[in-house]
Design a protein around this ligand. Structure first.
Ligand SMILES: Cc1cc2nc3c(=O)[nH]c(=O)nc-3n(C[C@H](O)[C@H](O)[C@H](O)COP(=O)(O)OP(=O)(O)OC[C@H]3O[C@@H](n4cnc5c(N)ncnc54)[C@H](O)[C@@H]3O)c2cc1C
Length: 508
């Protein structure tokens, strides 16, 4: 029989799934998901990601069945699986979404492309984000983002399942894949049904707290949309989220707080693709500094004790350690706290962003390589084009957790620390420690370095490099390749006249 293969990767849904719609329009399809052990053995993969994918595959299986199709699960290298499938029952075409993943998935895609070419088999890839393959510079990028988000979603098709023998591959356990670290017990669960429920609760209620609520780690878990893992693993399409948000904003009765919240949220949906575009344009930024002049800045000073203390949540700065504890329990933390974690790692602890990023990738349920590595570099000051932002963990605590509710929730020993010493418990006199029943250096860690002097020294090193004329000379080319020509948040909320030229203000 003639049929097409629709290859599901990080797009685990039937809704607005262009490859599925196209395959089904042309005839019978085989819906394939390949669990690729080599990808799961990469240092950025985690047990929680596998759990989320498995939950999402369950929903996908049920949805495909409902449409008359079925999901073929396979285990192995993608080329080996395709070869096995083709030998067993040759197919006409391979259809999938484009993926901007890590180096291992990039290399896998190249091998799949070679395999298809050798078989004279077309592989059609469809865009699912506002990311443009082969883009050289950012002029008109916003316009194409808008065109994609404005277009009709791909229809959910009736399916004719390809009548080919089933594989009976054994699904490996997380242990067999070497995913040792335990899952955060309170992580978000996968699947389209959950994603839709989270979207609805945000659009209808929680968005009222978005503006003003997203910075503090206390309010952020409910004020933020919490859609990130559903976008990362594709349970929701970005376009459906954009269109649902705009349709909510079209309601003239929408309360002002919700309107403000949704406008701010819309600009984040734009950033999503803006950051992924950086990795798509320059895959090397997963491993190398975006600005080549920063090569060698931190590479040679790696301090394993600092990295270990950070990963153990024992830096001594309560807000930092509380964030690590929350991540371990939930797999999620808000943007400001992520930026603070990286800033503390990069400046006072002087750690290179790569090992920090690998560890954080495993901590985040929503790990999205394009956003992740771009942000790691931005917060570590190695892009050469962004203003250096250094987050002081003591000031962040004073601003966003002034009464210590957050640190006391996640670091139980902090409950015994009086308010006066909340932000710098290591300064508590020994008699007071004894009276309160808390041991600084035991129950609570002592900071590894003096925050002020270590941060000052780090900033000076970055500043010296940044102002070096040879380094500064390269900036223009990086801005051209990666800088955003952005629109204001309010403008992004409205569908844009796609013919109008993009504004040319640089702000990332
Ligand atoms: C060091 C660092 C690493 C990060 N790694 C990731 C990652 O691996 N995956 C990920 O999805 N986000 C990452 N972010 C961005 C951001 O922190 C998360 O997207 C956000 O916290 C997810 O929660 P939310 O969906 O409730 O966000 P909301 O504020 O509700 O935003 C909605 C969506 O917009 C996008 N978005 C929001 N903020 C940003 C941003 N600053 N840059 C790009 N896109 C954004 C995300 O897709 C998010 O789901 C990282 C940020 C930093 C500082």
């Amino acid at each position: 029989m003639t049929y097409r293969v629709v290859w599901f990767k990080r797009d685990l849904r039937v809704w607005d799934h262009a490859p599925l719609a196209e395959g089904a329009r042309l005839g019978p399809v085989l819906c394939l998901y390949v669990l690729e052990p080599a990808l799961w053995r990469q240092p950025d993969a985690a047990r929680q990601h596998l759990g989320f994918v498995q939950e999402s595959l369950k929903d996908l299986q049920a949805e495909l069945k409902h449409l008359g199709g079925r999901l073929q699960l396979a285990v192995g290298d993608a080329v080996e699986v395709l070869e096995r499938l083709h030998r067993q029952a040759p197919f006409l075409e391979l259809l999938s979404h484009e993926e901007t993943g890590n180096a291992a998935s990039f290399e896998r895609d190249l091998r799949v492309k070679q395999w298809c070419a050798a078989k004279a088999l077309p592989w059609r890839e469809f865009r699912q984000f506002g990311v443009v393959r082969g883009l050289r510079e950012r002029q008109h990028w916003v316009r194409q983002w808008e065109q994609l988000m404005h277009a009709e979603p791909a229809p959910v098709p009736e399916l004719q399942a390809a009548d080919v023998p089933r594989f009976a591959d054994l699904w490996p356990s997380a242990d067999e894949l070497g995913l040792a670290a335990p899952e955060p017990p309170q992580r978000q669960r996968g699947g389209r049904a959950r994603g839709v429920a989270v979207l609805q609760s945000f659009l209808n209620e929680r968005s009222a707290s978005y503006r003003g609520g997203i910075s503090s780690p206390l309010s952020a878990p409910t004020a933020c949309s919490r859609l990130s893992p559903y976008l990362t693993w594709g349970c929701l399409s970005l376009r459906e989220v954009v269109q649902a948000t705009r349709s909510r904003l079209d309601d003239p009765m929408l309360p002002a707080r919700q309107r403000q919240g949704l406008e701010g949220f819309m600009s984040r949906l734009h950033w999503h693709c803006h950051f992924i575009q950086k990795l798509e344009t320059e895959p090397a930024i997963e491993h190398h500094n975006m600005h080549p002049g920063y090569q060698g800045l931190r590479e040679h000073d790696h301090n394993p004790a600092h990295l270990q203390a950070l990963m153990d949540g024992r830096t001594g700065w309560p807000l930092v350690d509380a964030c690590v504890a929350m991540l371990r329990e939930t797999g999620w933390i808000n943007f400001r706290m992520r930026a603070m974690l990286v800033s503390v790692a990069a400046y006072p602890l002087w750690l290179h962003w790569r090992p920090v990023g690998e560890w954080l990738a495993r901590q985040f349920i929503d790990y999205e390589p394009g956003i992740h590595w771009s942000q790691l570099q931005m917060q570590s000051g190695t892009t050469g084009i962004n203003t250096t932002r250094v987050y002081n963990p003591i000031k962040q605590a004073q601003d966003h957790d002034p009464h210590g509710h957050f640190v006391r929730r996640w670091l139980p020993a902090m409950q015994r620390v009086p308010d006066t010493w909340l932000f710098q418990p290591w300064l508590m006199p020994p008699e007071l420690q004894a009276r309160c029943g808390v041991v600084v250096g035991g129950d609570i860690a002592v900071p590894l370095v003096d925050l002020e002097s270590a941060t000052r020294a780090a900033k000076e090193r970055v500043y010296t490099l940044r102002t070096d004329p040879a380094v500064a000379a390269v900036q223009g080319a990086i801005v051209k390749r990666h800088g955003s020509r952005n629109r204001s948040a309010e403008n992004l909320s409205k569908p844009r006249n796609v013919e109008a030229p993009a504004q040319a203000t640089l702000d990332f």
